[in-house]
Design a protein around this ligand. Structure first.
Ligand SMILES: [Zn+2]
Length: 85
């Protein structure tokens, strides 16, 4: 299962999301400030965490539930007359 999700990094000064990547620096197209990737990731930390949380709740949890349900159904199949809804 692939849980890739994209979070666009935004400029902590102007909120712009377009950057010119020059070597290891990211230069904001709007306000021309430059950041390292690390700085950008730090300033976007809350957004990134929120995105991780969303992926977990919307994608990973339902998958886990599905798998548990399927394996339970397999385990009981033919043995017991239990219906899992
Ligand atoms: Zn900016």
């Amino acid at each position: 299962m692939d849980y890739t999700s994209k979070v666009s990094l935004v400029c902590p000064y102007c909120g712009g999301s377009s950057f010119n990547e020059t070597g290891s620096k990211f230069v904001c197209i709007k306000c021309n400030k430059s950041f390292t990737k690390n700085e950008l990731e730090k300033s976007n930390g809350a957004r990134i965490n929120k995105q991780i949380q969303t992926v977990y709740e919307k994608q990973i949890l339902p998958d886990i539930e599905k798998k548990v349900k399927t394996s339970l159904q397999k385990a009981f199949k033919g043995n017991l007359n239990i219906k899992i809804k």
